[in-house]
Design a protein around this ligand. Structure first.
Ligand code: ZN
Length: 233
């Protein structure tokens, strides 16, 4: 491969960012929701033990709900993909000529001349008709087929790791320090935002600012609610 092609490939980060992006999003969720939860309890004058229990319960609840959500979503995607493939397989054996025309029309629609489109469609049909239809008609490729259990475990783990960070800011202190929890969480959020942006080849400052603002808003909201409830309940 020549150098310019290598550089070009390196400039396209998209294909290898999927996993890292999901991990960073899970960890962001864990940080924001757990930090907000424990800041809320601490603002209501909760004891260190109450804050730690709330944070630990939030970690478990959040990790499991992320896992369940991911499992259901990946599973239903896989179900609908395999149903689509079944239909496609049936048509390929009952109406091969129509399917060949359909494939050629797709390539023509993408800008190939009719003759070339028909040659490409024939070649790909000879090689693996189902794979060609899956990819070019249905948009299913092996790259976006993932294992539901693996995805669930991955989401839960990244949420739990994120949730652990604000919790540690309480664990290692004698009493809950709201400014410390908030500051530690915002620092972690901006670091993660910068890492994700760097890996994705996007602007780092914008990436971390966006998540910082949302994190700060969430923490301020629960601090306010905790404060109001703490003085009125
Ligand atoms: Zn088809």
């Amino acid at each position: 491969m020549d150098q310019s092609l290598k550089d070009h490939n390196r400039a396209h980060h998209g294909h290898r960012v999927g996993g890292l992006r999901a991990a960073v999003l899970g960890a962001n969720d864990g940080i924001v929701s757990t930090a907000s939860l424990i800041i809320g309890v601490a603002s209501a004058n909760g004891t260190r033990a109450a804050v730690l229990v709330a944070g630990a319960a939030g970690l478990i609840a959040g990790a499991l709900s992320m896992a369940a959500g991911e499992y259901v979503s990946v599973h239903s995607q896989a179900d609908s993909d395999s149903a689509d493939l079944d239909v496609e397989r049936r048509y390929l054996s009952s109406e091969p000529d129509l399917e060949l025309d359909e494939l050629a029309a797709i390539y023509e629609g993408r800008g190939l001349d009719p003759e070339l489109a028909s040659i490409v469609a024939k070649k790909l049909t000879e090689q693996d008709a189902l794979a060609a239809h899956a990819r070019d008609e249905l948009g299913i490729s092996e790259r976006n087929v993932s294992n539901p259990l693996q995805a669930a475990a991955f989401s839960a783990a990244s949420f739990a790791i994120g949730a652990f960070l604000p919790l540690a800011a309480v664990w290692f202190t004698a009493s809950p320090q709201i400014p410390l929890i908030a500051a530690a969480s915002l620092i972690f959020l901006s670091l993660l935002g910068a890492i994700a942006a760097k890996a994705g080849g996007a602007n780092m400052v914008r990436g971390s600012l966006r998540v910082l603002v949302w994190g700060a808003v969430a923490m301020a909201a629960t601090a306010l609610v905790g404060h109001l409830f703490g003085t009125n309940v």
